[in-house]
Design a protein around this ligand. Structure first.
Ligand code: ADP
Ligand code: MG
Length: 770
């Protein structure tokens, strides 16, 4: 049977684990337990042509020294983000990373891409490379298929970031059983199964990794993991410690050689040597730091590379004692403890309320860090994982195992099925055991309030923070106008009193022309669902018209979002400009079709874009604009012709009818695919067909005036109705004179009536209200 593994997709390192009877880490192809989360692109000259390949993990780390600009590190920081995100901008401004980050070509400002070998990749695609290597290495190591997995994500990841993680897994061919918050995974790896039914435990997960520091407080009871609070610092971790050490080494070297500015000397190195030097010294500093967790001193040396101003070799050779290291590190540790206190303060918890502190993440191996945590909470509460960098993958593996179709009975080891309540081999009570193991039902809560933008003032709060997940409910909203054909739902979270967009949803619909629209404003039913992984699905329908329904995930910065923003802008512009009613109506019709196409451009599973459709959308957009500028309304013309055929067809010869049908079909096709020129040419042919029936056209115009009048001034409507009946009879009698007379009488009134609508301004609306 295919295996289900647990994957910790970390900022610095990733790891995979498998649980059978015991839980074990699965080593990668290089024989390491951890795969550096680094992706590089290598282009090597060959006798003929180039060899091009992606390198992932250790190979990529090694290649980084050759080509730092072609190596992606810390991609997790970019997952589900936009180029203008403060965090992304910070990442760029600090210049820690050498690769190029840009807004995704064709996406909106809510997206971001990295560049490898001159080509753009989304963060999902890069993460997929890491996941793909992990999966492939597991397949080799386990000599079995690996199809399913539990993938961990930080507790603070929002819907968009989780969605990106899921897409990355899909690209790597992994079916995600669950996205598991890292703190929960850490807790599971520490054996919450020791809990008895009815017993509760409050834990604090202290995860100090390479680039991030995550804190979470969880309460565990009866198999439920409830998040009480979280905190930490997204920009604090082992990398900072490396930097502190590096600065210390530069200072020591400068003092020893009586030079002022070591970084200036490094800067003066030729590019290739410089990046090699920097890569080298960083690696050595990290090794020294890790050594200092177990030894009392460590040495960093780089000999024969750096030169002083006179060109003489300047060796770097610094010994660091544990004491010295700790004094350098003290402010960092103080800050970590301050953040820990903040999390507790934020939820009004005294440290005594915490039953256990679980320390995970590579930097939790540092003795000074462990001492500080022990001092704060008390020795006996602090649990340290033997290898803290692997805890999260192990926790994920335990859950993956539990969620797999079948797993081994904990007593006899024979396979039992997911749904079995007792073991068919030894009769063990699996159900009770599962509950006792506390991993049956992991309940999480929403971390923020969710809002929907309303047109009329106050936005609507859909979900409060701390609502248990999964969550599903329906809401009713009203359209702004009975002629509204586009609905734009905009969702956002409030994060630190700032609006953070979670995505938009556009619903477009074309009600048939013959459908009666009652006076009451149509209502929209919004189905809003957040699943246990905190992923949002929304679908909406017009109340009472279940056939008009759109169900999809939200736009997330890709081409769909950009195109919707463009559509919105053109609608806003059309609304501001002066256009005739029918021209605007035509434009609305085109906007509805464009919205429908945009909704199909992104593959909901993998996030890949349909480029050909994108091209078509751009074209239709332009056509719509040009027609608006020319004040032309070929869709409206088409509707008119269809109407004409319906109402007047029985007065026409079969041949004329046939010809008109053909021209209507042609114009329909051109409207959907043709250029402005083609549309206009086809319309001329249609007009020529219609012009064969001048009297019938006047009669149709009379019908229209009657319809308008019924709406505007019902008392006067019978006046037109009478003429319609009389002319109808005259037409049947083929009494040309009577027809002439009646039309001459009524037409001036008809024009007055239609002017009313013709001069009216149509606004294209797309909001909702309470
Ligand atoms: P992430 O979750 O961000 O991917 P990890 O939990 O894998 O990070 O931690 C990686 C960090 O831990 C690196 O900065 C590494 O130098 C540091 N680290 C690993 N082992 C030790 C150790 N024994 N002592 C100190 N730091 C360590
Ligand atoms: Mg981690």
């Amino acid at each position: 049977m295919s295996k289900a593994i647990g994957i910790d997709l970390g900022t610095t390192n990733s790891a995979a684990a498998l649980k059978t009877v015991d839980t074990r880490i699965i080593a990668n192809a290089e024989g390491e337990d951890l795969t550096p989360s680094v992706v590089s692109f290598q282009r090597k000259k060959r006798l003929i042509g180039h060899k091009k390949q992606f390198l992932v993990g250790r190979h990529a780390v090694n290649w980084m020294q050759q080509e730092p600009t072609n190596t992606i590190v810390s991609i997790k920081r970019l997952m589900g983000r936009g180029f203008h995100d403060p965090d992304v901008q910070r990442m760029l401004s600090e210049g820690r990373y050498n690769y190029k980050v840009t807004p995704l070509a064709g996406g909106s400002e809510h997206s971001v891409a990295v560049v490898l070998d001159g080509k753009e990749y989304t963060p999902e695609q890069i993460s997929a490379k890491i996941l793909d290597k992990i999966r492939a290495d597991c397949v080799t190591e386990l000599k079995d298929d690996v199809e399913y997995g539990v993938v961990t994500v930080p507790a603070y990841f929002n819907d968009k970031q989780k969605h990106a993680t899921r897409a990355a897994a899909a690209l790597a061919g992994i079916k995600v059983q669950r996205l598991l918050p890292e703190p929960t995974a850490a807790a599971i790896s520490f054996g919450v199964e020791e809990l008895d039914v009815g017993e509760g435990l409050t834990i604090l997960v202290f995860d100090l990794g390479g680039g991030t520091f995550d804190l979470a407080v969880l309460t565990i009871a009866d198999g439920q993991f409830i998040e009480q609070g979280k905190g930490g610092d997204m920009w604090m971790g082992g990398d900072d410690i490396d930097n502190l050490l590096l600065q210390h080494i530069y200072r020591e070297t400068a003092a020893e050689h009586e030079i002022e500015d070591i970084p200036a000397l490094i800067d003066a190195l030729p590019d290739v040597e410089k990046s090699r030097f920097l890569g080298d010294i960083r690696a050595k500093v990290e090794t020294a730091k890790i050594r200092l967790s177990t030894q009392t001193s460590a040495v960093v040396e780089i000999l024969g590379v750096l030169k002083d101003k006179d060109g003489d070799i300047l060796d770097i050779e610094v010994e660091i004692s544990r004491e010295r290291f700790e004094s350098i590190l003290q402010p960092f540790v103080d800050r970590a403890m301050e953040l820990t206190r903040n999390v507790l303060d934020g939820i009004n918890f005294e440290p005594e309320l915490i039953d256990r502190v679980i320390m995970v993440g590579g930097s939790s191996s540092i003795p000074l860090v462990i001492r500080a945590v022990r001092e704060f909470f008390g020795d006996d509460k602090v649990l340290l994982h033997e290898r803290p960098m692997l805890a999260i993958a192990e926790g994920a593996a335990i859950l993956a195992h539990r969620l797999a179709d079948s797993y081994e009975c904990p007593v006899c080891g024979k396979p039992v099925n997911q749904g079995d309540t007792t073991c068919s081999h030894c009769g063990f009570d699996l159900q009770a055991n599962l509950i006792a193991k506390g991993v049956v039902d992991i309940v999480h809560t929403t971390s923020h309030d969710y809002y929907l933008v309303l047109e009329d003032g106050d936005d609507y709060r859909l979900v409060e923070s701390n609502t248990p997940l999964p969550f599903h409910t329906q809401y009713e909203f009203k359209l702004l106008d009975s002629e509204q054909r586009l609905i734009h739902f905009q969702f956002y979270n409030m994060v630190n009193e700032k609006r953070e967009s979670i995505g938009d949803l556009w619903l477009s619909f074309n009600m048939g022309d013959d459908e009666e629209i009652d006076d009451a404003l149509p209502e929209v039913l919004l189905d809003f669902e957040i699943d246990s992984d905190n992923l949002i699905t929304v679908s909406a329908q017009i109340k009472g018209k279940p056939d008009i329904q759109v169900s999809r995930t939200l736009s997330r910065g890709k081409a769909d979002e950009r195109l919707f923003i463009e559509l919105r802008q053109s609608i806003d512009r059309a609304n501001q400009e002066e256009h005739k009613y029918y021209t605007t109506y035509d434009f609305l019709h085109r906007a509805v079709q464009i919205a429908e196409m945009i909704n199909r451009i992104i593959d909901p599973k993998t996030g890949e874009e349909n480029k050909a459709l994108g091209q078509k959308i751009e074209e239709r957009n332009q056509v719509a604009h040009q027609l608006l500028e020319k004040e032309e309304a070929p869709w409206t013309n088409l509707y008119y012709a269809e109407d004409f055929l319906n109402q007047m067809g029985h007065f026409m010869s079969p041949e004329d009818r046939k010809n008109l049908e053909i021209e209507i079909d042609n114009l329909k096709k051109q409207n959907e695919t043709g250029t402005v020129e083609q549309i206009m040419a086809t319309r001329e042919k249609l007009f020529a067909e219609l012009d064969k029936h001048p009297v019938l056209q006047l009669f149709v115009t009379l019908h229209n005036a009657y319809e308008v009048c019924r709406e505007r001034d019902p008392v006067r409507a019978p006046y037109f109705e009478k003429y319609i009946q009389d002319i109808d009879l005259a037409l049947q009698r083929e009494d040309t004179l009577a027809i002439q007379r009646l039309l001459t009488e009524v037409m001036p009134e008809v024009h007055k009536e239609l002017d009313w609508k013709g001069n009216q301004k149509l606004r294209i609306l797309h909001g909702v209200q309470r």
